[in-house]
Every structure is written in C-alpha cells, then in structure tokens.
Design a protein around this ligand. Structure first.
Ligand SMILES: Cc1cc2nc3c(=O)[nH]c(=O)nc-3n(C[C@H](O)[C@H](O)[C@H](O)COP(=O)(O)O)c2cc1C
Length: 355
C-alpha cells in the first residue's frame, strides 16, 4: 500500500471526500480482522487503567457508525474511536460538507454529526466485542441537533455505550452543531460531566472529554478545574478549529466548518501544553490535531500526551501511516533512552509545583 497509495491518491481525490471515506470503509470491510504484525512492546502503555498496545489512535469522525473498528485497528492503530454517535439517527448538514484543502494537506468539514444513532452503533460493537485483538475501542458521543435537553442526550448515549466501550468520549467541541461548544463553559460543563459520570455508573469505563482548540486561557483553566473536581479520566485536545490561519493556500479555505490537518498542529499542541500545565500531569491527555508523522506523535507525547490520534493525515498519507508511525515512534523512544511510552510522557513539559 505504501507503494500504491501515491498512485491511488489522485484518483481518490477526484471523488467527493465523503464518498471517498465511504469507499475506504467498504474496502476495510473486506480486510482481515486481525491486527497486522505484532506491536513493539516498548509502545504498550496503561492509560486511565486501560492497556493500549500502542499509543497511536484513529480519531473520531472516520468510523462514525462503528462499522470497521477492528479492520481499522488492523492498519496498525492501537485504538480506534468510533462516533460521534447521537441518541437518535440524524442526517447532518446538507452536502457538500467536507472539503479537501489539497495545498495545505488539510480538511474543512461541517458534517454536523450524521450518524445512524447510538443503538445501531452499540449493536455492532456488541457483535464485535470479543474479537478485538488487543486494540481498544472508544465510543465518542454527542447530542442531537434538535435536542431539547442536550445533557440528557449525552447521558442516554453513555448508558447504552458503557458496556461495549473501552473508553467513552464526551464530545462538546464540534463546531458544526450550533451551541454545542457552549457546554465547555464552567457551570454547564460541571453539570454535564457530573451527570455523565453518574450515567456511567459503576462500570469501570474511563470517561474522556474532547475539547476545542479555540479556547482562551480562562476557558482552559476552568475546564481543567472542572475535570479534576468531577473526576473525569482524561482530556482529548483537540477537535477541529473554526479559525483560519492567514497563510492557507487552498481556495476551499473560506468554507464554513472545522479545519483539521497541519494548519491545526501548532494550535492543538499549544492547547495540549496549556492543559498539561493546568493539570500538572495528574490527568491523562490525548493529543490530536495535525499529527502526521512519528516526529509529530513523539513531540506531542513529550509535551504531555499519553496517547495521540489522527484523522486528516490518513487521508493524505494513506493506510500504511499508522504502522510506519508506530515503528518510527519506537525508534525515537529507544534513541532517547526511554524504556516505555509512559517514560517519555511530558519529558519536555515544564515541572509544575505540587498543589
Ligand atoms: C471529516 C471529519 C469528521 C469529523 N467528525 C468528528 C466527529 O464526529 N466527532 C469528533 O469528536 N471529531 C470529529 N472530527 C475531528 C477529529 O476527530 C480530530 O479531532 C480533528 O480532525 C483533528 O485531527 P486531525 O488534524 O488529525 O484530523 C472529524 C474530523 C474530520 C476531518
């Protein structure tokens, strides 16, 4: 595939981006279920009590309906986050709603959570539950666009997904559901997360919260405080950005929606560093946004990420990327004398005084 993808890419890029993902999912359905090759033991880690064979994950949004998590893991990911899933199925925003910014190797999407609904996703995961291999599956949940009680939507999804998920993600950072990101404000977040943790009940499923990159220092301080107060297990930094760097070169850069890929990299890294600083390394962080190589993954880990995720780079680099990144990351760890991923987490982060 490493050899074929550069030849295949121009053909794939002639197809509408959303249809290309549908095609990739159909292709993956035909792929073998077992992970390709063994993971290097140096890459194994335990985060929020869960064992991960390697720290490189597929971010939410690719496998929205939990159709191919095992096959995606077979590309070399240590974990796959499915969703976002909402209580009721919904069609999302009008087409077209995903745009490639080829000259920037980026994507803008305004999909608005099209999905088949949590029940269907959970049903699929239940059928797969015992044939995962060692890769982990996270279930990312959101609220329906027309919901009258958004917090109740998250609770309903969590109750249903907890028995089939290795971890759960409360996604409050999609820019494409109007008003959703207001749940990141302090009081709303406190209520949301407290109720989500109750919905999870006594199941030992870690609960992560996924935040936007478009946050002020005050927002970050507030979110870090609420996460620690409520006992949420981790923070995924970050979702796509509504901002536009002035140096974007592609004509599609003026489309409305969330921007992902390299133009998001520095912003997502800065937010991760700020959360590391604000939480003092007490809460596991997942780094996502513009990660496209082993170097990027290693930088994010040294900045404080226990795990990393990617989506956009898979579109531009092709299916051999996760395996190549895992190998490159193992090389970096050994070259710098670390004996595990955990040893390298936060190696570059400034020391924070104990509270
Ligand atoms: C087409 C597309 C759809 C996405 N859908 C979701 C989603 O449903 N839920 C979510 O939490 N994030 C979603 N994301 C955001 C990604 O999970 C990720 O946070 C973001 O793209 C930054 O990572 P990247 O630069 O590696 O793509 C989506 C991203 C893209 C490109």
């Amino acid at each position: 595939m490493k050899v074929f993808y550069p030849a295949l890419r121009p053909l794939l890029f002639r197809i509408d981006p959303e249809r290309a993902v549908r095609l990739a999912i159909s292709g993956l359905k035909l792929a073998p279920l077992s992970p390709r090759g063994a993971n290097d033991p140096i890459l194994a880690s335990t985060v929020a009590g869960i064992g991960f064979p390697n720290p490189i994950g597929l971010a939410a949004g690719f496998d929205k309906n939990a159709e191919v998590p095992m096959q995606a893991a077979g590309l070399g990911f240590g974990f796959v986050e499915v969703g976002s899933l909402t209580p009721r199925p919904q069609v999302g925003n009008p087409l077209p709603r995903v745009f490639r910014l080829k000259d920037d190797e980026a994507i803008i999407n305004r999909m608005g959570f099209p999905n088949e609904g949590i029940e269907k996703g959970v049903k699929r995961l239940r059928r797969m539950r015992f044939s995962h291999g060692s890769a982990r599956t996270g279930v990312n949940v959101g609220a329906n666009k027309d919901s009258e009680d958004r917090i109740a939507d998250y609770e309903a999804c969590i109750t249903l997904a907890a028995p089939v998920a290795d971890y759960l993600t409360v996604n409050i950072s999609s820019p494409n559901t109007p008003g959703l990101r207001e749940l990141q404000s302090k009081d709303a977040l406190h209520e949301l997360l407290s109720r989500c943790l109750i919905a999870r009940e006594h199941r030992e499923v870690p609960l992560f919260v996924k935040v936007a990159p478009d946050l002020t220092d005050r927002d970050i301080a507030d979110i870090a405080e609420v996460v620690q107060e409520t006992g949420v297990d981790g923070i995924i930094c970050t979702n796509t950005t509504v901002s536009r760097a002035p140096d974007l070169r592609s004509s599609a850069s003026s489309e409305t929606g969330g921007l992902s890929g390299p133009p998001l990299r520095e912003m997502a890294l800065a937010v991760l560093k700020a959360f590391r600083q604000a939480t003092g390394g007490r809460i596991p962080l997942v780094g996502v946004g513009g990660i496209a190589s082993a170097d990027d993954a290693y930088e994010r880990i040294r900045a404080g990420a226990s795990l990393v995720q990617l989506y956009t780079a898979l579109v531009y680099e092709g299916p051999s990327l996760p395996k190549d990144m895992a190998e490159g990351l193992a090389d970096h760890l050994r070259a710098d004398g670390f004996s595990s991923v955990a040893d390298a987490v936060g190696a570059d982060a400034p020391k924070v005084a104990a509270p």
